[in-house]
Design a protein. Structure first.
Length: 274
């Protein structure tokens, strides 16, 4: 791992974790295209930890408010939950499907699905779903109107993000649009949901990372990768949410389709082995 690789991969993670273009796909594709060796499990965990810190840093007021509200007694009838408790339940329902499926198929994903050909198809397939959501979604539901059914629907969609090329933010935002959320609300809900998943994924691989240890001479590059992914991730969240207040997802739809086609052409020309 070189200083340049740490900067590039940290930037790629910070951007692609939150934009609907798939961080797992780009972290697989970029080293292949640049002719770099695989960056290894330790570096991947460090990058995911960085984006987790970016989420928590940006949304700490939201998480704090949810917890605080959930601890306050409700002034409404006893059959009505306090808003904080409702949001905690919504986040829980949105997290469970991906957690269960992750345990069941993570080994299959790691051994059989991390290749350019599959990524090219998943990039295009989700792009078409995003296009359909943009065309048909009513875009009327705000974040405080999300129901338990909405959360479960988005959570089941999030489980598909384990497949490289799908994109966790892409599939959850798309699912949110199909449930009638505004683009901004779908993105905010997607990001709020991501912290538990990213934390769980990092912790599940932490023991393996500790067994492997940190290679000598890599601490500085790991730190650079972490800081780069954190800063880029924080900025990406901020401006992506602003972008969605006025703009559509078509830019990312076109990017996914063009990238998927480019990968397929490169494979046919012998540049990438599926």
């Amino acid at each position: 791992m070189t200083f340049r690789q740490a900067i590039v991969l940290g930037t790629v993670q910070g951007l692609s974790e939150f934009l609907p273009i798939s961080s797992s796909a780009h972290l697989i594709l970029v080293p292949w295209m640049m002719g770099w060796p695989d960056q290894g499990l330790t570096f991947d965990i460090i990058l995911h930890a960085a984006t987790l810190f970016a989420i928590l840093s940006f949304f700490w007021r939201d998480y704090f408010g949810i917890v605080l509200e959930s601890l306050q007694p409700s002034r409404k009838p006893s059959t009505t939950r306090p808003p904080g408790q409702t949001m905690l339940l919504i986040l829980f329902l949105g997290t469970v499907p991906a957690s269960i499926l992750g345990i069941m198929i993570q080994n299959i994903v790691d051994t059989h699905l991390r290749n350019p050909e599959i990524i090219s198809f998943t990039l295009i397939i989700l792009a078409l779903l995003m296009w359909l959501a943009e065309r048909r979604a009513p875009l009327s539901k705000r974040l405080d109107r999300i129901s338990l059914i909405d959360a479960l629907y988005v959570g089941m969609a999030q489980a598909l993000a384990l497949i490289p090329g799908i994109s966790r933010s892409g599939i959850t935002i798309t699912a949110g649009l199909f449930r009638g959320m505004t683009r901004e609300s779908a993105a905010r809900f997607s990001f709020l949901l991501s912290a538990p998943i990213v934390l769980g994924a990092s912790l599940s691989k932490l023991q393996e990372m500790l067994q492997l240890g940190i290679p000598r001479g890599e601490v500085f590059n790991l730190l650079i990768g972490f800081l780069t992914a954190f800063v880029v991730g924080y900025i990406t969240i901020k401006y992506f949410i602003r972008f969605l207040q006025k703009k559509t997802l078509y830019l990312f739809i076109y990017y996914r389709i063009l990238l998927g086609i480019a990968i397929l052409i490169t494979i046919q020309l012998g540049g990438l082995k599926p």
